[in-house]
Design a binder for this molecule. Structure first.
Ligand code: E4P
Length: 214
């Protein structure tokens, strides 16, 4: 499973990328707003840190406008992936961009049927939002499992990008479900390293080693 960082905070992305195991980055308009910075600048800086797909989202509502926006976003960096909303217009734009060889990520997916539409339109990635489904009382990870199964059945090449990840348990479930990618906030990524038995074990080894040297 590939690890993407879901953030527009350049310093946080840099810190996570120092691990050497970050494969890409996802951003969205809310994350850009939170960063308080200019979109283009942020994407350029991220591209200098992570050599992998960087999702940049369009904000237009018609396919024609989305495609126009995509042309501008694609000029920022060769690793930019065009993030499109899961709407009829978004799927129309996805179809056309895919035919031109542009890589896309269909976002705000909450149902297997929506994922199927995105795959049929040639999306490179589809982003089911697990956490937001949990928020309204569903098990968001069930959706990831369903989509992975359906894509496998029909041989779609579209990668399942588990999104709206809120905790390490989501990451575990995404991996068990065979998601291709899991995009997570930096704080969730850093939590993955921790286990109290690891800390306890290190403490004991160091203490015993001190005794050996006495
Ligand atoms: C994914 O691409 C989205 O940016 C993100 O995962 C949304 O997460 P949230 O539901 O925590 O805002």
């Amino acid at each position: 499973m590939k690890f993407f960082i879901d953030s527009a905070e350049v310093a946080e992305i840099k810190k996570a990328a120092q691990s050497g195991i970050i494969d890409g980055v996802t951003t969205n308009p809310s994350l850009i707003k939170k960063s308080g910075r200019k979109f283009e600048e942020v994407v350029k800086e991220i591209a200098a840190i992570v050599d992998g797909p960087i999702s940049a989202e369009v904000v237009s509502l018609t396919a024609e406008e989305m495609i126009k926006e995509a042309q501008t976003l694609l000029k920022i960096h060769k690793n930019v992936i065009i993030k499109l909303p899961m709407t009829e217009e978004g799927i129309r734009a996805c179809s056309q961009l895919s035919q031109q060889g542009v890589k896309t990520n269909v976002t705000l997916v909450f149902h297997v049927n929506q994922a199927l539409l995105a795959a049929k339109a040639g999306a490179s990635f589809v982003s089911p939002f697990a956490g937001r489904l949990d928020d309204i009382g569903y098990d968001g990870m069930d959706l990831i499992e369903e989509i992975v199964g359906v894509f496998k059945t029909y041989g779609f090449k579209t990668q399942v990008l588990a999104a709206s990840i809120r905790n390490p348990e989501h990451v575990r479930r995404a991996a068990i479900a065979h998601a291709d990618v899991c995009t997570m906030p930096p704080e969730v990524f850093h939590k993955l390293f921790y286990h109290y038995l690891t800390d306890q074990g290190i403490e004991k080894f160091l203490k015993d080693w001190d005794d050996v040297r006495k």
